[in-house]
Design a protein around this ligand. Structure first.
Ligand code: MN
Length: 440
């Protein structure tokens, strides 16, 4: 287990601290040890920055106005006054950590200010959650090694991985404009596809709609154009994490992707969980990057840092759940389709940032990276239906008797992530969910 330098652990990771907000202690996602950042609007108000605590959202602007934040913590909240967190993310780890420490002190059951907290809280169920920042650019990687192997094998049994895979984190520029927060329905896209039995392509609703289980990575402080971020400094550019569903139309993708990569097969929708789980909250769940198997190349020096290798990976349990129109009608719980873990990344997020900027490209606060599909080695750990059903050949049997090769209208896909480690309070990301609607 973790061998990395643990100076990133402090009293905010103490599992014994009780929270003054009812329901927060033992909450599966948002106990006092998490404190993820987001943007919400209460039933009667404008959008503003908030923090999830149990089944409530704490209004950061109201806490600031009440004089409960000072110095760096106040600076962090003031930078998000417009209801967009990009300015706060841009400040980096210092103000973000100060805000965490102040909120932890404010929300504990024995806080001297505990009587002033209830006035700052909104019931989460009555709030609308928004994207936490206007996303300038979105890049999706392909670092899930088992996903790369599983999908590569379907097309190239003899050579599942292309020659570049172990030398650089492969990625492509995605589409920021169609990213939506959890809960926003997704329309089945129309597109051009050429099924193998036809001689010419056809245009119509996708028949092979799929999900991809990924983590999203929020960029904090950016870099100037032409100034690459060294891998040893890359972790400082990361402001936090979310879940990301990279919806994929496999029939459109299969026809369009060569030679320039994914385009309309991916650009119609991406769903993310709305809370930014900070690197501080995730500190207990950092683990060493898995050693490369014998015979794999050592990364070039600009992509390799000992500290990153020692603690740059994340141990997070990931799940994909699926409900259908008829399973919901019958009152059945969602069916668990897959169980995986964020540790199955061949490259760390710091290596993704270092590679992204190595040619001079500038990242900006509020940019979003996707890791790529995080499948595990087991059949039940596949992060996409393309893998689970072997491209539609082996249908998935759901608990209530239905079958799926790919997604059908009315299906709801739910992604979850949880950090669990002996001696620490478990934390979660909150769900990343969306229902598939028919093509209009
Ligand atoms: Mn993807």
């Amino acid at each position: 287990m973790p061998t990395a330098d643990r100076t990133d652990l402090d009293h905010t990771h103490d599992p014994g601290v009780r929270c003054g907000v009812p329901g927060a202690d033992g909450h599966p996602d948002f106990p006092i040890q998490n404190l993820p950042l987001g943007v919400f609007s209460p039933a009667d108000g404008a959008r503003r920055a908030g923090v999830a605590i149990g089944d409530h959202v704490l209004d950061l602007a109201a806490a600031h106005a009440a004089g409960l934040l000072t110095d760096e913590a106040a600076r962090a909240v003031a930078a998000a006054e417009s209801g967009d967190l990009a300015g706060m993310l841009a400040l980096g780890a210092g103000p973000r950590r100060a805000l965490r420490h102040r909120l932890f002190a404010l929300l504990r059951a024995d806080s001297p200010d505990r009587d002033r907290v209830p006035a700052l809280l909104h019931e989460a169920g009555a709030c609308t959650l928004h994207l936490p920042a206007r996303i300038g650019d979105y890049t999706d990687f392909f670092v899930g090694i088992h996903h790369a192997m599983n999908t590569g094998r379907q097309f190239r049994p003899d050579q599942p991985l292309l020659p570049n895979y172990k030398h650089l984190p492969v990625g492509y520029h995605g589409r920021a404009s169609s990213i939506r927060p959890s809960g926003t329905p997704v329309r089945r896209p129309r597109g051009q596809a050429k099924p193998p039995h036809l001689d010419a392509p056809v245009f119509g609703p996708s028949r092979r709609l799929d999900y991809e289980l990924e983590l999203g990575v929020w960029i904090g402080p950016g870099n100037e154009l032409g100034n690459p971020v060294p891998v040893a400094e890359a972790a400082d550019r990361i402001a936090g994490f979310c879940l990301l569903n990279d919806w994929s139309a496999r029939d459109i993708q299969g026809w369009e992707y060569q030679p320039l990569g994914p385009f309309l097969a991916k650009s119609f929708a991406t769903t993310i969980s709305p809370w930014i789980v900070t690197p501080e909250a995730l500190a207990p769940f950092r683990i060493p990057q898995a050693p490369r198997p014998d015979g794999d190349p050592t990364p070039l020096p600009h992509l390799l840092d000992p500290a990153d290798q020692a603690g740059g990976a994340l141990d997070l349990d990931l799940e994909v759940l699926l409900s259908t129109a008829s399973s919901r009608e019958a009152g059945l719980p969602p069916h668990r389709v897959a169980r995986s873990n964020a540790r199955h990344m061949y490259w760390t997020v710091a290596q993704m940032v270092a590679h992204h900027t190595s040619g001079g490209c500038n990242l900006r606060p509020g940019d979003l990276l996707g890791t790529g599909t995080l499948s595990g080695p087991e059949p039940e750990a596949c992060g996409s239906l393309l893998e689970t059903t072997e491209g539609g050949k082996a249908p998935l049997r759901l608990a209530h008797g239905e079958e799926r090769r790919f997604l059908e209208d009315g299906d709801e896909v739910i992604l979850t992530a949880h950090g669990r480690r002996e001696g620490f309070a478990p934390i979660g990301f909150g769900p990343c969910r969306a229902v598939v609607l028919p093509t209009p």
